[in-house]
Design a protein around this ligand. Sequence first.
Ligand code: SER
Length: 600
Amino acid sequence: MTANELRRKYIEFFVEKGHAQISGKSLIPENDPTVLFTTAGMHPLVPYLLGEPHPAGDRLVNYQKCIRTGDIEDVGDQSHLTFFEMLGNWSLGDYFKEEAIRMSYEFLTSSAWLGIPPERLSVTVFAGDEEVSRDDESASVWRALGIPEERIYYLPRSDNWWGPAGATGPCGPDSEMFYDTGIPGSAESRPGVNDGKYMEIWNDVFMQYNKQGDGSYVPLSQQNVDTGMGIERTVAVLQGKKSVYETEVFQPILQNLGDIFSVSYGNDEETDRSLRIISDHIKAATFILGDENGVSPSNVGQGYILRRLIRRAVRHGRKLLGREDMFLHQPAKTIIEMYRDAYPELGRNADKVLDEVVGEEKRFLDTLQKGEHEFEKMLPKLLEEPSGVIPGEVAFRLYDTFGFPIEITEELASEHKLQVDREGFDEAFREHQERSKMDANQTFKGGLADHSEHTTKLHTATHLLHKALRDVLGDHVAQKGSNITPERLRFDFSHPEKMSKEQIKEVERIVNEKIGEDLPVRYETMTLEEARENGAMALFGDKYDEVVKVYSVGDYSKEVCGGPHVSRTGELGGFRITKEQSSSQGVRRIKAVVGNGEGR
Ligand code: SER
């Protein structure tokens, strides 16, 4: 079965079962600042999973282009991809576990559809924990369909729970379907262990909770089903191929690259790895550039990911080629041809895609040339280093000033029998990131104009206030704006009505209590994803970098923020709200002060 056939059959099957086919959405989410790219078919459907009626009805099916950039560096192995297509069917408060599982089983095993022998299937269900009980219902449906108990695996939340995409949102237990490839695997083999034996092909998520900012799960007004089947992987499994790269969703690209570089895929592991990286990255780049909301390469947000994808592909091409030719537009063209029927926007935007690919490749090659020139200039001095090690700062300067990738500095160094102090480079890189993040965060935090001691105190007080407001008023409170002058803080937040005197007093009391406890203020850097998983508050409406700082005040508040903050809350002295007023429709505004003599 080819990818095109699978796509068609899936849609046909679910349309027969009363689902409306909806179109896939843009890769660049339109109204969701919590992620850079659409990462799953459910992502554009979040408002409907939360209860808003969908214009096409309550049974939906589609195919969706997706990008996940969490493990870009893993691409190159047999299975990781940045771009992939996901098939999905949804019930918005219509059918639930039983019908969803029955339909999945029928599509997988019926000879009219995929015809997978049932004995090749294993499934997993949620094992249950303190918050949500074991999913016996799903297990019993699988049993009734004939899956024997020993092929039903009960796994914890880390395996069998899905969502939310952001800090808060729809989520629930899931049941995953695995295909037994017949490869022996390891002693620990089971679904969810990546040893080649069990391949996940489909995921039925039972979205029945809405995760709140405080980490609790509140039942949704409707019970939803969200399923996802990755096309590339499923096709590889159905074709009995070792990897997605051996199927027709990659073969034409690999052949094209093979012609360009006069190599062939499958002969040499190093070469294959580079070919896989180039083909995955240029596919993702082609889809990003050719998107309805396409972006251009840049140094921020989606544009930065795009730049990284293209440059990493060029780097691997250059390594294979050993020359400096432009080549990336050729596989881009192949990809447009492969996918333009399923994704007509690629055809419409073909010229733009090719122009941008050529432009970025050229810019990068210029950069490389300049960097190499600089490196040559520095070389005599570097060769005098008795240790034979290039200091991290020197490598960082090449990177920072000339955009010269560290890997290339390392390559050039090794040609001259030198090494690079990679740790020193990483250290300099981190410091630089911290600095630029702090600058960026100050811009979006609004008005934190100086770092004087007093404004820093007000900044920490703002975190306490934000949390206390949520404690007193509820989780609907979200930051809508913040401005700090040397005299006072101002904080705008969503809340439908005027706060009562008692509520204001209670918020003040909590903040002063936390000040009295002299809590330590600390931060950690982590990916935005990890920050969310840790339950950190983040500002709706803002774009964040992939790596963010999360400040915590004792165990009390946790918030994504650039800082700076005081090191202990005791330094604030006391806290007093001076004003509570309306800011705009549904948004209240508080002004407050801190200092000795305030609030106590
Ligand atoms: N959201 C789930 C997933 O991505 C099912 O669609 O696996």
